[in-house]
Design a protein around this ligand. Structure first.
Ligand SMILES: [Zn+2]
Length: 452
């Protein structure tokens, strides 16, 4: 909030015609950030935590026309919101309580600005200070919007049907269904050319008759006291917002996104300081990627595309290798089960059935299930495989299709209480899990007896 008074480079905004609202200081000069005013009314909220104040004059811009409100201070009180009362035409300043350290300090020009409520009293003289950085940002974004909308109109006869100046991004909606990258570049070029030409931006107060003779980009919304903003030899548009005195202050105009919204195109863009911050961020990202990839910034896109391709190929190869390994493991377990049959551990039942019971702690369940399925792909085989990790016991049972009289679902149902678990599946493959890892060995012993 260091800037005050007219901009030393630009001077106040040029304008013509009598301003019917001289009490709105920003209409006459969008660079005024310090002013003095008399409080004409105060309404303190019922909870006493805020107050709505009207002044006899103000430099605070109220939220309207897609442009956000100004912020700042009125004496020691932070101005947290500024709105316009449509009916009365008054600018309403919402104040927050003064900080304890500020409350005693007399920043207003008159004595005793604070009333009994802790907010200014009616009749008090107060010093206003508009957040100059925020105002400057709004001047840049808002005037940049004039240039972009005019450029879209000139080049593609596309009308702007919406405008939003957000905290991060500014958008306009256009009455067309799509926008090509080449069209985006042409609009950027024309807008930035208008910036470099440093054209004056002039506010005119006009009558309906005067306005009707102008090549306006959009019709005015009121019939008298119309404010028309002219970007010299570039654009005429009815507007009550705050603009720089010349287009040079807008700085770079950059479109950063084009989206389809309800059949129209929404164009996101940044101007001036916002565009510079965005460029810095993206430059950092690209440089970081370029260093990591040992590529030039221009080659980063291609390098990342190749990297993604390689990752996809490697992933595919890894899956194939893992499948081959699982197959090999299944084969070894199956042979072992046959050999161990005589000893009574994992082994073959009386009817030649092979039963493989194993516990693989810490192994991913997806792999355990795959191993069970590969075992069950062999004839006359039942696999009971388990894993424990992260306080979770999990079990997968699978059997060969030729053991079609064996339904694994009731077996699982009987086993799961041992690990306090839940599960399900089909007659030939089931799985379940529960928190009681200490019961997992018991579960496997019972399973062995039930499917053997
Ligand atoms: Zn404007």
């Amino acid at each position: 909030m260091s800037q005050s008074g007219p901009n030393p480079q630009s001077g106040p905004n040029p304008q013509s015609g009598p301003n019917p609202h001289p009490e709105r200081l920003y209409y006459g000069d969008a660079y005024v950030t310090r002013f003095e005013a008399t409080v004409t009314s105060v309404a303190v909220a019922s909870d006493g935590r805020s107050a709505t104040v009207v002044l006899d004059r103000t430099a605070f811009y109220p939220e309207s026309g897609g442009q956000p409100d100004d912020r700042g201070r009125l004496g020691p009180w932070p101005v947290v919101r500024v709105t316009e009362d449509e009916a009365s035409g008054q600018v309403l300043h919402t104040l927050a309580p003064a900080a304890a350290s500020d409350a005693g300090a007399q920043t207003g020009p008159g004595p005793g600005a604070a009333g009994l409520s802790g907010f200014p009293a009616a009749g008090a003289l107060v010093a206003g200070e508009v957040d100059a950085a925020r105002r400057r940002d709004h001047r840049q974004q808002h005037a940049g919007q004039h240039l972009l909308s005019a450029a879209f109109e000139k080049l593609f006869d596309a009308s702007t049907i919406g405008f939003h100046l957000g905290e991060e991004v500014v958008t306009i909606d256009l009455d067309r269904p799509s926008l090509s990258p080449d069209e985006v570049r042409r609009v950027e070029d024309l807008s930035n050319a208008a910036v470099l030409e440093d054209r004056p931006i002039v506010a005119h107060w006009m009558t309906w008759e005067e306005v009707s003779r102008l090549p306006l980009r959009k019709p005015p919304t009121r019939r008298e006291g119309i404010r028309v903003v002219e970007v010299r030899d570039f654009d005429w548009s009815p507007c009550g917002g705050t603009h720089p005195a010349r287009t040079g202050e807008i700085g770079m105009v950059k479109i950063i996104g084009v989206d389809k919204v309800r059949g129209n195109v929404r164009v996101a863009f940044l101007c001036g300081d916002r565009a510079l911050r965005d460029y810095r961020l993206k430059d950092d990202v690209v440089r970081g990627l370029a260093a990591t990839l040992s590529a030039s910034p221009a080659a980063v896109s291609e390098a990342v595309r190749r990297l993604a391709e390689q990752a996809q190929q490697s992933g595919k190869e890894l899956l194939e290798a893992r499948a081959a390994l699982i197959e090999y493991e299944a084969d070894a377990l199956w042979r072992e089960a046959a050999a161990a049959g005589a000893s009574g551990a994992n082994g073959s039942g009386a009817d030649g059935r092979r039963v493989v019971v194993r516990r693989f702690d810490g192994r991913p369940m997806a792999e355990v299930k795959l191993l069970a399925a590969r075992l069950a792909a062999r004839p006359q085989t039942v696999a009971v495989l388990a894993t424990a990790g992260d306080g979770q016991a999990q079990v997968a049972l699978a059997r060969s299709t030729d053991l079609d009289t064996l339904d694994l679902r009731p077996i699982l149902k009987e086993l799961l209480p041992v690990i306090g678990g839940r599960g399900g599946g089909s007659p030939n493959a089931v799985q379940g899990g529960g928190p009681n890892t200490a019961g997992l060995d018991e579960l496997l012993r019972r399973a062995q007896a039930m499917v053997g």
